[in-house]
Write a protein that binds this ligand. Structure first.
Ligand SMILES: Cc1cc2nc3c(=O)[nH]c(=O)nc-3n(C[C@H](O)[C@H](O)[C@H](O)COP(=O)(O)OP(=O)(O)OC[C@H]3O[C@@H](n4cnc5c(N)ncnc54)[C@H](O)[C@@H]3O)c2cc1C
Length: 455
């Protein structure tokens, strides 16, 4: 820690994106920082969520690309298979490598790191329980960044082998022959993409009318078409109500009396906050349904205690958690802070095609009765997409008809998570559609579809 004993002491609980970004930013601004993490620096994001899931997706896409390479005139070298042990070692090994980098940076900044569980014992004190010690920590400011974990309905008994959550998929000894996925939100559809690409037979239980119930139906249908083309069984209006395992067979029953069998069942039905045993009463801040209540500056009802990341119940994304963490550090250290504009957050779903969006979407505009200009170009008309054989999808730009300022957009297609960046920048910097059109881009490139869509 910095030797300046007059610098404020900040206790950060949780070392995920919200926690470690707060810690590093606060240390940069001159605070004395103690960071407590009970698993690994990088948090659930690196251990179970963003990083390993995207690593699985990357491997499964490579496999799919090899299998479909004949479209581009490349013959397959022979049967292409997946080695689950090596896949598992790759996807689970990344968290440690990332943690090493973060720990070395935090260490060089003088951040004190404690491996243990913290709970408040008062408004300015906490107890950290490590494997072999109990440490009292007093603080001027505290930041709660304890994240979330998968929601398990009370009718489910997980076994980690065949009745599993996303936290178990990275350690499966064998590829599931037939997996039933419950939940068709972002995590559910990404898991469908992973297992169907790797070669499992997949059944997806969709409780509503279409996958991604909170998104544009047009976007959801592109994804559903891809799933159907891969042979995924889509069961709409199917709300799971029970799971039974008998040896190697699992049976899922639905509220309307149907039942489906497979070798594995994966639950992807949302998350719950990690707020148990935090000593909330001792610290005295307000909670709502297990989430910490915060204001626009991330302050709880006890102003020297802040919260960031999934524990706040706001948009649960690593990128948001990281940005919240930086803003918390600034606010604590007395710098000017602009509250985070959740409408301008870029989001992606890493399926194939990928789906990415930012700012105002067509569905939001319609719901608000707001007049917008919507322009759209399909990738089927883009030369680079034709060259690569990736013509599924489109770019849609939403702008203000009066000022022509870009308000948001959606990209569905290959590399959508990267291609959304210029639209995000235009939305953030209030660039007009003419600004996008006049930007000279590389030819042939997928990004040309963005300036064409803006026209
Ligand atoms: C399958 C999946 C894939 C995802 N993919 C993406 C993605 O691609 N992009 C994206 O932006 N978001 C993604 N997310 C969301 C993202 O993972 C979360 O929004 C992000 O991890 C939240 O960060 P956080 O800092 O709030 O908490 P976490 O990453 O959950 O970290 C919190 C840490 O605090 C620790 N902790 C809890 N209580 C205590 C305590 N009392 N004392 C000490 N330590 C404690 C926990 O062990 C944990 O390590 C995904 C989520 C899932 C489920």
């Amino acid at each position: 820690m910095p030797s300046d004993e007059t610098a404020p002491h900040v206790l950060v609980i949780g070392g995920g994106p919200a926690g470690h970004s707060t810690a590093t930013a606060a240390a940069t601004y001159g605070a004395r920082v103690t960071l407590v993490e009970d698993q690994i620096i990088g948090g659930a994001s690196h251990l179970w969520d963003c990083i390993p899931s995207k690593a699985m997706i990357s491997s499964s896409m490579r496999l799919r690309a090899i299998r479909t390479a004949s479209i581009l005139g490349v013959s397959e070298p022979g049967p292409v298979t997946i080695d689950m042990a090596r896949l598992s070692a790759h996807v689970t090994g990344i968290a440690g490598k990332l943690a090493d980098g973060i720990i070395s940076m935090l260490g060089s900044q003088g951040v004190e790191m404690l491996n243990g569980r913290a709970r408040f014992t008062g408004p300015h004190s906490a107890l950290v329980v490590t494997d072999d010690d109990e440490i009292e920590v007093t603080f001027d400011f505290a930041v709660i960044a304890t994240g979330s974990r998968p929601r398990i309905p009370d009718w489910v008994s997980l076994d980690g082998e065949r009745v599993i959550t996303t936290r178990d998929v990275y350690h499966l000894p064998e590829l599931p022959e037939e997996i039933i996925i419950i939940g068709s939100g972002v995590t559910g559809v990404e898991m469908v993409h992973i297992f169907s690409s790797l070669g499992s037979r997949v059944t997806l239980l969709v409780s509503r009318h279409h996958v991604l119930p909170h998104r544009d139906a047009e976007v959801a249908y592109v994804l559903e078409e891809d799933f159907l083309a891969r042979g995924v069984q889509l069961l709409k209006g199917a709300r799971a109500a029970g799971i039974e395992r008998n040896g190697n067979v699992v049976t899922v029953s639905t509220e309307d009396g149907r039942s489906f069998t497979g070798t594995h069942v994966l639950l992807a039905v949302g998350s719950v906050p990690n707020s148990e045993n935090l000593g909330v009463d001792a610290a005295g801040f307000a909670m709502d349904g297990g989430y910490v209540v915060i204001d626009e500056y991330q302050q709880t009802s006890v102003p020297h205690i802040y919260a960031g990341g999934d524990i706040t119940g706001r948009l649960p994304l690593s990128s948001v958690a990281t940005m919240q963490g930086r803003k918390i550090a600034k606010h604590i250290m007395g710098h000017e802070v602009r509250p985070l504009d959740y409408r301008k957050v870029s989001q992606a779903i890493f399926t194939e095609p990928e789906i990415a969006s930012v700012g105002l979407e067509e569905v939001d505009a319609a719901a608000e009765g707001r007049k917008v200009r919507i322009t759209k170009v399909p990738f089927a008309a883009n030369s680079r997409a034709l060259i690569q054989g990736d013509t599924v999808g489109f770019v849609k730009v939403v702008s203000d008809p009066a000022t022509r300022i870009v308000l948001g957009g959606t990209v569905v297609g290959h590399h959508a998570s990267e291609l959304i960046a210029p639209i995000a920048l235009a939305t953030q910097a209030r660039i007009t559609v003419d600004g996008l059109v006049e930007t000279l881009l590389v030819h042939p490139s997928l990004s040309e579809a963005i300036s064409e869509a803006a026209e």
